[in-house]
Design a protein around this ligand. Sequence first.
Ligand code: ZN
Ligand code: ZN
Length: 138
Amino acid sequence: MAAKLRNCISCGKIFSSLYGEKMCPSCKEAQDRLENSVIDYVRDHPKTRIPEIVKETGANDLIIRRLMEAGRLVGANLNFPCKKCGKPITRGQFCDACAKEIEAEVQNVSDKAAAARAAAERGRGMHSKDTGKRGDGK
Ligand SMILES: [Zn+2]
Ligand SMILES: [Zn+2]
């Protein structure tokens, strides 16, 4: 597949994106370095806090959070708010309770969708006359 030219989301420079990368190679490299320094810092300072990591490594909290969500900063005594209820969590995007709730909601939605599909299947043919124009008003 041909490379596509696109703007780096970090520095705005145009670069050729071979695999759909969103950053130019130099920004990607800088980010990798930053991520590694965060990982190293947290490994060396397990009791650190996010503001301290930001101060010491220059990484912003988005990078730190992404690393945490990816499970790359486990073992550290870090937490950040659940995206749903704000309760402090140490990895992933949601606390256990919200994760279960979301799972149940997703299940519920797909159950409803399945029920709707089944109803549509049953309804097909039986009410075909109803699909014609309604003769109300002029
Ligand atoms: Zn760049
Ligand atoms: Zn929650």
